[in-house]
Ligand binder design. Structure first.
Ligand SMILES: *Cc1c(COP(=O)(O)O)cnc(C)c1O
Length: 384
């Protein structure tokens, strides 16, 4: 490799600073237990909040669709890759979310880039929460608009910027912050946007399938209709246990994105079988609010178990339950000890989170047994 890139020393610096990420080769399906290197671990690191990644209905749907459609989709959506399962999923998810229309992207990352790039232009202003997901940050970087990152979930910071702006203005926020688990006050943000004539874009990756009575997500949680929340991005790789993302809103929005969203247009459509499996899991979600109930009980159980043994978690009612350790090395040590005890938990460090806020990112799922959750709380007590 060319010398000026200096690849090795950059990775070595990460090792030295306890910032090096490692991949595990997981030798089992997703679930509350994972097999790595022949050993079984209790898994508290996945975003498969409802256990749908391994649902029988999705496995059945994907097999049937593979027999009919084969593996690859062969082309982008606008050429000939848009197959009937893609179309059926978009219609069904729009109706589930009570929105006029929906368009599917190959991933949440792509959807965020594609929406921001297509809707914003030079001379516009983007106001973005400081703790937004990396894909939203990158979307803003790709845009030619001016941008400003307001203090996390701070409504006076946002309001000040909104009232000063004479540009066409967009407000972009996560619904559930992916590394903190807290909610953006999307109801207040929507009101501010309405008052100041700004357009609201919400990334509901961790709210879709989790928030609201029926798991419809952030819009249901705050009772926000399409007029109040015009651009909603819902990733499908988390609670839906699938792959891809949908952007939903008015028919005009979706028609526009089909024409102008580069991340939609210039990429091969996801395999039709995946769209079919997404649809099967959506049906499961529509029917099975029992999964949601179990998830919520599990979250409450974990929080109360931690409280009992004096473990201080971050303020969160969602499936994301972070425990801030602060120091990178200390976090890596704690995480290693947990692994030795048979637990897999995410070790989140800078630059994913701000300096000195390294944390365990514990995620709870409906697929956890109460006993497994209790075991985690006592293991945490032991290693801390
Ligand atoms: C995971 C995630 C994404 C990206 O979604 P993918 O489908 O995994 O690409 C976007 N935004 C947030 C907040 C996420 O957590």
């Amino acid at each position: 490799m060319m010398k000026f890139l200096d690849l090795e020393s950059k990775v070595e610096a990460r090792i030295k600073d306890d910032l090096c990420r490692e991949r595990l080769a997981i030798d089992s399906a997703q679930g509350s237990e994972l097999v790595v290197g022949g050993k079984t671990y209790l898994n508290f690191s996945s975003n498969d909040y409802l256990g749908l990644a391994t649902s029988d209905v999705s496995k059945k749907a994907i097999k049937i669709a593979v027999d009919k459609f084969g593996f690859g989709s062969g082309a982008s959506h606008l050429v000939c890759g848009h197959q009937s399962p893609h179309d059926a999923f978009e219609k069904e998810v729009a109706s589930f979310l009570n929105r006029d229309s929906a368009i599917s992207f190959s991933s949440g990352y792509m959807a965020n880039l594609g929406v921001i790039q297509a809707l914003t232009k030079k001379g516009d202003l983007i106001l973005a929460d400081k703790l937004n997901h990396a894909s939203l940050i990158d979307g803003v970087k790709l845009s030619h608009a001016d941008s400003y990152r307001y203090q996390h979930a701070n409504m006076s910071s946002l309001q000040r910027r909104l009232s000063q702006s004479s540009q066409n203005t967009f407000v972009i926020t996560d619904s559930v912050f992916s590394m903190d688990g807290d909610l953006a006050p999307v109801d207040e943000i929507a009101m501010l946007c309405e008052k100041h004539n700004a357009i609201l874009i919400v990334d509901d990756a961790h709210g879709f399938g989790v928030l609201g009575e029926n798991g419809e997500g952030i819009a249901e949680h705050f009772n926000l209709n399409q007029k109040k929340l015009p651009v909603l991005v819902s990733a499908l790789g988390k609670a839906l246990g699938g792959v891809g993302a949908v952007v939903s809103g008015s028919k005009a929005l979706v028609d526009y994105l089909i024409q102008f969203s580069r991340n939609y247009i210039y990429t091969t459509a996801m395999p039709a079988s995946c769209a079919a499996a997404n649809l099967a899991n959506l049906h499961a979600l529509e029917k099975k609010t029992i999964l949601l109930k179990t998830l919520r009980e599990n979250i409450q159980l974990f929080k109360s178990e931690c409280e009992q043994v004096g473990i201080q978690l971050m303020e969160s009612d969602t499936a994301i339950q972070p425990l801030v350790v602060g120091d990178n090395k200390k976090l890596v040590d704690i995480n290693k000890k947990l692994k030795n005890l048979g637990f897999l938990v995410g070790a989140i460090r800078p630059p994913t989170v701000p300096k000195n806020s390294a944390r365990l990112r514990i995620t709870i799922s409906a697929s956890h047994e109460p006993l497994q959750i209790k075991m985690l709380a006592s293991a945490l007590k032991q290693v801390l």
